[in-house]
Ligand binder design. Structure first.
Ligand SMILES: O=C(O)Cc1cc(O)ccc1O
Ligand SMILES: [Fe+2]
Length: 449
C-alpha cells in the first residue's frame, strides 16, 4: 500500500490517514491517482474514474462532500437489483406501531443463529423520520457469528454509525480497511459499499442509521479551539482493493427495503481515491471529557461526539453522545443524571460496565428508550445513594455508555415492542422514591456552597 499522503499505522497494523472531514487521497498502486485533474481522457493504469457524491453538487463548500474513485470496473456495470427479504431490518417511516410514551428497556439481543453475518444480524429497534425525505434516524442492533463472504452491503438511505459492544469488526470498504473494536465507533457514509469480517468469534453492537445531514463535530463555542472529540483522532483508511472475479452478492438498502444483485466481481475494487466522503473510525477513549469543576450536573450535550445538524441551529436530527470515564467533583451537587423530561428523545446503550444513573438492569448490549417528554432519571437506588454520598472527588471509570438523542420521538418496531428481551416492570426502578417534603424543616431554598 502506498499512500499519496503520509499514512499512520495503528495498533491493528492498519494504515490510516487522520483528521475529520478532511480532503484525503490514497493509492494502493503507485500512479493510480490522476494528477491535476479528476477525470482524464484515460484514467491511469486502465482504471475507471467515478464520482461518489454525499451532498448536492451545489451545497456550500463547507458542507460539500464527494470522493473520486479509481476502480477496476465502474459501479454502473451491474445487473438489475431485485427485492430480497428485509430480515429484521425496518426502515422509516415507522408505521407498524404507534409511538409509545412509556419508558422502555431491553436486554441484549439473543444469540444469533449459526451462520449469521453482520447484515443478516441487523435488527431494527425503531426510529423516526422518512428515509425518502432524508430526515430522521433509526436504531438498529446487530449480532453476528460469521463473516460476510462474497457479500457486500451499501445503504442509500443514510450513513451508518456502528458502535461495537462485543467483538471486533474488520470493515472492508471501497476506500480500504478499518478495524473497530468495543470502545470504537465506525462510520460508513451513505452509499459506500462494505463488508464486515469478525475479529472475534462473535460480534454484537448498535447502529445509528442517520437519514439526515451527515454527522459533523459539534461547535465548541466558549470551550475554545480544542476538546470533546478532537479532529485529529478520526482515522480514515488508505486505499486497498479486492481483485476478485467470482459471484458477489451486493445488497442495497433503498427507502427501507433490501435489494440484491449478483455481480461477477467484487465491487470493492477501488485502487485509488481522493475526497472527503469517507469512512472513518474513532476511539471513544480519546474523548476529551469536559464537565463541571464547581457545582451542578451539566446537560449531556457537553458529551456530544458527533451531531447531525438540522436547519434550526442547535436542534440536531440526532446527536451521538458518550458517557466516558471522568472525575466528578461538583460541590453540594446531586452528581448522577438528574430527574428530567426532555423534548428530545433518548436511546441509550451500554458498551461496557455500568452507567451512573442506573444501579441495575441497564446492561452491556441492552438499551433504553426515553421518548419525548417521558419522565426519567436516576433509579431509586442511585437517588438514595447519591443523595447521601460524601462528596469527595470521585472517578467514574467503570463504564462506557452512549446516547443517540434525536429531535423526533422514536417509534419502536413491532418486533422491539413484543421482543422477549423487552424488560417488563422497568417503571419499577422509580417506585419507592419516598416523599421527604417537610415544610417545617426550614431548609434554605438556595443552599449553595
Ligand atoms: O437520561 C440519561 O441518563 C441521559 C442523560 C444524562 C445526563 O447526565 C443528563 C441528562 C440526560 O438525559
Ligand atoms: Fe435523559
Amino acid at each position: 500500500m502506498s499512500g499519496t499522503e503520509r499514512a499512520r499505522k495503528t495498533a491493528d497494523g492498519l494504515e490510516h490517514v487522520t483528521g475529520f472531514g478532511n480532503e484525503h487521497s490514497s493509492e494502493a498502486v503507485r500512479g493510480a491517482l490522476p494528477v491535476g485533474r479528476n477525470s482524464p481522457q484515460r484514467a491511469p493504469l486502465g482504471l475507471y474514474a467515478e464520482q461518489l457524491s454525499g451532498s448536492a453538487f451545489t451545497e456550500p463548500r463547507a458542507h460539500n462532500r464527494r470522493s473520486w474513485l479509481y476502480r477496476v470496473r465502474p459501479s454502473a456495470a451491474h445487473p438489475p437489483f431485485t427485492r430480497t427479504d428485509n430480515g429484521a431490518l425496518r426502515g422509516a417511516p415507522f408505521t407498524e406501531s404507534v409511538p409509545d410514551p412509556n419508558r422502555l428497556r431491553w436486554n441484549p439481543l439473543p444469540e444469533p443463529a449459526p451462520g449469521t453475518d453482520f447484515l443478516a444480524g441487523l435488527w431494527t429497534l425503531g426510529g423516526n423520520g422518512d428515509a425518502a425525505q432524508r430526515a430522521g434516524m433509526a436504531v438498529h442492533l446487530y449480532h453476528a457469528n460469521s463473516p460476510m463472504t462474497d457479500r457486500v452491503f451499501s445503504d442509500s438511505d443514510g450513513e451508518l454509525l456502528i458502535v461495537p459492544e462485543h467483538g471486533g469488526l474488520l470493515i472492508v470498504t471501497e476506500f480500504g480497511l478499518l478495524a473497530a473494536r468495543p470502545g470504537h465507533v465506525a462510520l460508513i457514509p451513505r452509499g459506500v459499499r462494505f463488508r464486515v469480517e469478525l475479529l472475534d468469534e462473535t460480534a454484537r453492537g448498535y447502529v445509528c442509521e442517520n437519514y439526515g445531514r451527515p454527522f459533523v463535530l459539534p461547535d465548541l463555542g466558549p470551550i475554545g479551539a480544542n476538546g470533546l472529540a478532537n479532529a485529529r483522532d478520526f482515522l480514515a483508511p488508505v486505499a486497498a482493493y479486492e481483485d476478485i472475479e467470482r459471484p458477489t452478492e451486493v445488497v442495497n438498502k433503498f427507502c427501507g427495503n433490501l435489494w440484491t444483485a449478483t455481480y461477477d466481481h467484487s465491487p470493492l475494487d477501488v485502487v485509488a481515491w481522493h475526497g472527503n466522503h469517507l469512512p472513518y473510525v474513532y476511539d471513544l477513549r480519546r474523548f476529551n471529557v469536559i464537565g463541571t469543576i464547581s457545582y451542578d450536573h451539566p446537560d449531556p450535550s457537553i458529551f456530544t461526539v458527533l451531531t447531525s445538524p438540522s436547519d434550526t441551529p442547535g436542534l440536531a436530527g440526532v446527536d451521538f453522545v458518550v458517557f466516558a470515564p471522568r472525575w466528578l467533583v461538583g460541590e453540594n451537587t446531586f452528581r448522577p443524571p438528574y430527574f428530567h423530561r426532555n423534548v428530545m428523545s433518548e436511546y441509550m446503550g451500554l458498551i461496557e460496565g455500568a452507567y451512573d444513573a442506573k444501579a441495575e438492569g441497564f446492561v452491556p448490549g441492552g438499551g433504553s428508550l426515553h421518548n419525548m417528554m417521558s419522565a426519567h432519571g436516576p433509579d431509586r437506588e442511585t437517588f438514595e445513594r447519591a443523595s447521601a454520598a460524601e462528596l469527595r472527588p470521585q472517578r467514574i471509570d467503570d463504564g462506557l455508555a452512549f446516547m443517540f438523542e434525536t429531535r423526533w420521538p422514536v417509534t419502536a418496531t413491532a418486533q422491539a415492542a413484543t421482543a422477549g428481551h423487552l424488560q417488563t416492570g422497568y417503571d419499577d426502578v422509580w417506585q419507592g422514591l419516598e416523599r421527604h417534603f417537610t415544610p417545617s424543616s426550614g431548609a434554605a431554598p438556595t443552599d449553595r456552597p
